[in-house]
Design a protein around this ligand. Structure first.
Ligand code: FE
Ligand code: MN
Length: 330
């Protein structure tokens, strides 16, 4: 019995299930369903047009984050559909991957919606992943780490290839979705806490809630492969993974500096860098690897955003915090 490289797996026969966590993540994803159009952008548009509301550095920070996320969501979606899906034939995992791919489409849609409503130049936003070095370096890091499994002849047979596949999963789930998304989340949610760009901020909250599930699925998948093929999880490979995460932390800190060099009202720029270290430690622990930074969370409100349901006043805002199924408790 194994989640990859199992010749007995029938990808069309989902019952009975082996990996119940995959099913749980699927149901949690469905229960969190949302679409960007449910969030009003009216106030954001007014604030964006009003030169007195947002400072130059806040505008830069917003543009950098829209620039990074607008293409990062598609990169992630392509990796799921073109690489991960192909090699994970287990049907309950594939059911989750289909759900995640849909959520990435919703996230891509979110940035189309933001660009359209704010009247941003799509040519500028959608080329930032090539034209802004601190964004390009993050994307290139993940793409290089994962390029070998895009070879059409790649298979996950053999220890070396299982390690290559794990590198891809770590690159996308742990580094891209688990580290490279988080300085941006913290910045946009900090801005929302100041009452600025609250529509975009709310959309980032929904994306963050989705991403924390993607990360949870990714870590369960990685840890299952580790448990089923323990010979690939060598000390040398573990050291390599820790090293990759340390490099990713530096890239994310450089990005935070570049997107938000002055900090935000009440938040020193250094705190975003500490937050990245705190997040990286949590990811390492998720993979049963030792912590590196031992940083306390400088933004406790960030974990409240992902861990708790938002209690919305029905009369003040449209209720988007619906759960359509399941009984997930946040
Ligand atoms: Fe996403
Ligand atoms: Mn994702």
């Amino acid at each position: 019995m194994s989640i990859i490289n199992n010749p007995k797996t029938d990808p069309n026969k989902i019952l009975p299930m082996t990996y119940l966590w995959a099913r749980e993540h699927y149901k949690a994803g469905v229960a969190n369903n949302w679409t960007p159009e449910e969030v009003s952008m009216q106030k954001d548009v007014e604030q964006w047009k009003n030169p007195a509301v947002l400072s130059e550095s806040e505008r830069r920070m917003i543009l950098w984050n829209l620039g990074f996320f607008s293409t990062a969501e598609s990169l992630t979606a392509n990796n799921i559909v073109l690489a991960v899906y192909n090699h994970v034939s287990n049907p309950e995992s594939r059911q989750y991957l289909l759900r995640q791919a849909y959520e990435e489409a919703v996230h891509t849609d979110t940035f189309i919606y933001c660009c359209d409503s704010l009247g941003l130049d799509p040519e500028e936003i959608y080329t930032m992943y090539q034209s802004i070095p601190s964004i390009k370096m993050k994307d290139d890091f993940v793409v290089q780490l994962t390029s070998s499994i895009f070879d059409p002849h790649f298979s996950t047979n053999g220890n070396e290839n299982i390690q290559k596949f794990l590198r891809d999963l770590i690159g996308f789930y742990v580094i891209m979705e688990g580290i490279f998304f988080y300085a941006g989340f913290a910045m946009m949610l900090a801005l929302k806490r100041q009452g600025k760009m609250i529509g975009v901020g709310e959309q980032f909250e929904y994306i963050m809630r989705d991403e924390s599930l993607h990360l949870a699925f990714g870590c369960d998948l990685i840890n299952t492969i580790k448990a089923e093929f323990p010979q690939v999880w060598t000390q040398e490979f573990q050291d390599e993974v820790v090293d990759l995460i340390k490099k990713a932390v530096i890239l994310e800190q450089n990005y935070a500096d570049d997107a938000c060099p002055q900090g935000l009202l009440g938040i020193n720029a250094k705190e975003f860098k500490k937050y990245v270290e705190h997040i990286a430690d949590r990811r390492l622990q998720r993979l049963n690897l030792p912590k590196v930074y031992n940083r306390e969370n400088p933004f406790p409100w960030m974990s409240q955003t992902t861990d708790l349901p938002k209690e919305k006043n029905f009369f003040e805002t449209r209720v988007t915090e619906y759960q359509t199924g399941g009984s997930l408790q946040w």
